[in-house]
Design a protein around this ligand. Structure first.
Ligand code: LCS
Length: 398
């Protein structure tokens, strides 16, 4: 497939026509097997020694999963990919591939609460030290914190749940000077909106649970990057820890990606409309959405996000935490649930839910207001969502 194809074609057809070479099945079959049979004893031994390509055991590789890994790598403009059991398995695989005990990771702040909890665990159990720098000033502060122990720069942009933006290009420029790899969690943006490798990053990871799946019915993660790095990550970390993916779920993600471009565009349009409505509502104190021109890093978002700004936004209502909790129980359309990137809208309270691994002081330092409400805008008619939110917001006045 031509790598210059437009994104809408790439999500449907790339990187190769998806049909099973053995049967001609137009959709990739789910190779639901644990083992693959060798042609002979020597054939098995050659595969184990790496002298011949071939499948052995699904923890080490599987054709359905291979299709998915090649597809996401193609969309991100990377050489190779490794799918993992969850987004968290992708985060931990990147860190364990690059860092040993005593090493340091510089992390943008905030990140998803589970990612923060993982970094704290890695510090306690393996002496890998996270250094958190505020997302919005990340490139400005970065150089002063780099030293011989720094083995990874890890950024999440847009950040969960504040939608803070990290300038990827500037970060990568500084990192390159010091020879330190930059990993970008691209979950909120997707390759339709943001392409970190083209901006100079080395590694991209996703919680595929979100937009890549798109239908809220499965969990998964993926890491893409250079061939050698992905080979090490797959064979020295993921396969030993056992955080590999499974073919059944890979099928669902392959199916989800077919509509990724149209979905992401519509999620983003809907979120922009809802953000503008909330911005002008008298019961709303603040809206955090990089598509709004008063967002502190709107210009950076405009530069690196392809004119779309994610389907997720956050806001603070007048009356703070208690009013926010009432609001999330009053709205009728969004599910009161965590996760995002689904066809259906979700609403939640980060301080007590997705980011409950942060202490009150850590929340404050990360800019996560106690009253912040996060809304993942789905594919419903945005006017219905707006009417629902308007009714719920007005009920807070009473
Ligand atoms: N990275 C980001 C940016 C995320 O938002 C999440 C999950 C992960 C990584 C981890 O992915 P998982 O293991 O769940 O596939 N974010 C969630 C959230 O905001 N609500 O529920 C999960």
């Amino acid at each position: 497939m031509d790598p210059d194809m437009r994104l809408d074609t790439k999500v449907v057809h790339g990187p190769r026509h998806e049909h099973d070479p053995h049967t001609g099945s137009h959709r990739i079959p789910i190779y639901q097997t644990s083992s693959f049979v060798f042609k002979s004893a020597d054939h098995g031994a050659r595969i184990f020694r790496g002298e011949e390509e071939g499948y052995v055991y699904t923890r080490l590789g599987n054709p359905t999963i291979d299709y998915l890994e090649d597809k996401v790598a193609f969309l991100e403009g990377a050489e190779a990919g490794a799918a993992t059991a969850s987004g968290m398995a992708a985060v931990s695989a990147v860190v364990f591939t690059l860092c040993n005990a005593g090493d340091k990771v510089i992390v943008s702040d905030p990140v998803y609460g589970g990612t923060f909890a993982f970094f704290e665990l890695a510090k306690k159990k393996f002496n890998i030290e996270p250094v958190y720098l505020p997302a919005i000033k990340f490139p400005e502060l970065l150089e002063d914190h780099i030293d011989d122990r720094t083995k990874l720069i890890y950024i999440e942009t847009p950040a969960n749940p504040t939608l803070d933006i990290v300038d990827i290009e500037k970060t990568a420029e500084i990192a390159r000077k010091h020879g330190i790899p930059v990993a970008v969690d691209n979950t909120f943006a997707t390759p339709i909106t943001q392409r970190p490798i083209e901006l100079g990053a080395d590694i991209v990871l996703h919680s595929m649970t979100k937009y890549l799946s798109g239908h809220g019915d499965t969990i998964g993660g993926i890491v893409v990057g250079k061939k050698d790095f992905i080979h090490t990550l797959k064979h020295d970390v993921v396969s030993h820890i056992g955080s590999n993916y499974c073919p059944f779920n890979a099928y669902f993600i392959l199916r989800g990606i077919k509509t990724l471009a149209v979905r992401v565009r519509k999620h983003s349009e809907n979120a922009m409309k809802v953000a503008q409505f909330l911005h002008d509502h008298p019961m709303v104190e603040k809206v955090l959405y990089p598509g709004l021109s008063d967002h502190p890093l709107h210009e950076v978002a405009k530069k690196q996000m392809n004119g779309m700004y994610s389907g997720v936004l956050s806001f603070i209502v007048k009356g703070g935490k208690e009013a926010g909790k009432k609001l999330i129980e009053t709205v009728k359309i969004p599910a009161l649930a965590v996760s995002l990137g689904d066809t259906d809208s979700y609403i939640e309270h980060p301080a007590s839910m997705t980011h409950s691994s942060y202490s009150d002081e850590e929340l404050e330092k990360a800019g996560i207001h106690q009253g912040l409400i996060r809304l993942s805008v789905g594919l419903e008619d945005p006017d219905d969502l707006i009417e629902d939110l308007d009714r719920a917001l007005n009920s807070l006045k009473i």
